[in-house]
Design a protein around this ligand. Structure first.
Ligand SMILES: Cc1ncc(COP(=O)(O)O)c(C=O)c1O
Length: 374
């Protein structure tokens, strides 16, 4: 059946799962630029970095027990920094159910030679979270961006754990209410739910992670950009805006714009509500079409940010065709699933996307599907 091309387009056809859509109303000329062209260690530079940290703390509802700092290398840099500085003290368990979790397995096995216990699941599923041994350090992605499967909550993380919990939370922060008492290490990048820029990572450390840093010397060398200890003590400056090396103040100002936008909306609850509404709008589109489905079968562990969809009869070529038709129409950018995932669509539902633009996508998906199956 041929479907007629819809007459109207989404206002902002940005559905990429990273870098994600800019906050509504964002424009480059709205960024504060006084800190640009200045030393990041000037009074102004340090104040802007500290302000970004304060805003993140407030919006994440991060307790005083946890430190938060800006580090190099986007989410990958922050998570690698945590792995390289803290692992090796006790056995390690890696949970992997999609590409990014697998990436941490590769590093633990091939680079750090740790021989971790592995708990894996196929795309669309979660491993048995009840099987985790919490005498181990445990690595996982809170929201698996490439399969659209997330952990449902933090209840499976033992309150009396001996090991540390390491959450790659880049597609999860600002979209779910995170139980900080169960998280020893969390990392993310501004490029996801905030619609900020990549380049910098954010590292969150609970008190037990700090204790580990202070009492454990890794068996391997650490490059300068990973070093969180100075003269035998934690480099506290990192958590006040004294970055290890030079940050992009433009990326910092861009993040401040997004954080102020989020605060103006009402903070964490408002961001979570926007994500929930977007995911619900997309779910209605899926429910109304027998050729669309969710890769994550269980709604309790289905992502509300990186929603991954199955398309009946799809192979890579068909998905490519649908995505490029929609891109050339200016109707939807970047909705093909991740390259390592089963062929399908992936539609970002984080807070910077407007629900009206998710709703407007339905008829365009019908059109692209009809074009691709003709
Ligand atoms: C779960 C997860 N981990 C890590 C990354 C890598 O993030 P970055 O490119 O910001 O380092 C991504 C990016 O999509 C991700 O979704």
């Amino acid at each position: 059946m041929t479907v007629v091309k819809p007459g109207t387009r989404p206002e902002r056809p940005y559905y990429s799962s990273g870098p994600c859509a800019k906050p509504p109303g964002w424009a480059p000329e709205k960024l504060a630029v006084d800190s640009l062209g200045r030393s990041h260690r000037s009074k102004l530079g340090k104040a802007r970095l500290a302000y970004a940290i304060d805003l993140m703390r407030e919006l994440l509802r991060l307790p005083d027990t946890h430190r938060i700092g800006i580090v190099p290398g986007s989410d990958t840099g922050a998570f690698e920094m945590a792995m390289w500085t803290m692992l090796g003290a006790r056995p390690v368990t890696c949970l992997a159910w999609e590409s990014f979790g697998e990436g941490w397995v590769t590093d633990a096995v091939k680079q750090l030679k740790l021989d971790p216990n592995l708990l894996r699941a196929d795309y669309g599923k979660l491993p048995d979270l009840g099987a985790v041994d919490w005498s181990n350090d445990v690595l996982f992605a809170w929201n698996g961006t490439t399969s659209g499967v997330r952990v449902p909550d933090g209840d499976w993380i033992a309150a009396d754990r001996e090991g540390l919990s390491f959450a790659d939370a880049t597609s999860a922060v600002f979209a779910y209410d995170l139980p900080w008492d169960r998280i020893d290490v969390a990392t993310f990048s501004w490029q996801k739910v905030l619609g900020g820029e990549g380049g910098h990572g954010v590292l969150i450390l609970g008190p037990r992670a700090v204790e580990r840093l202070e009492n454990h010397t890794p068996a391997w060398p650490l490059p300068k950009v990973f070093r969180l200890m100075a003269k035998g003590a934690l480099a506290e400056g990192v958590f006040k805006g004294e970055t290890i090396n030079t940050p992009s103040m433009l990326a910092v100002e861009d993040a401040i714009f997004a954080l102020e936008w989020a605060k103006g909306l009402g903070g964490a609850e408002a961001l979570i509500a926007r994500s929930d509404a977007n995911a619900a709008a997309l779910d209605r589109i899926v429910e109304a079409r027998n050729w669309l489905g969710h890769l994550a079968a269980d709604p309790a562990s289905r992502s509300k940010t990186s929603v991954c969809l199955t398309v009946e009869g799809a192979d890579e070529a068909m998905i490519k065709k649908m995505a490029s038709l929609l891109e050339s129409e200016g109707a939807a950018y970047d909705i093909a699933g991740y390259r390592d995932a089963p062929p399908g669509l992936r539609i970002w539902c984080g807070a910077t996307v407007d629900s009206a633009d998710i709703e407007a996508l339905g008829p365009w998906l019908d059109w692209a599907y009809s074009q691709a199956t003709q």
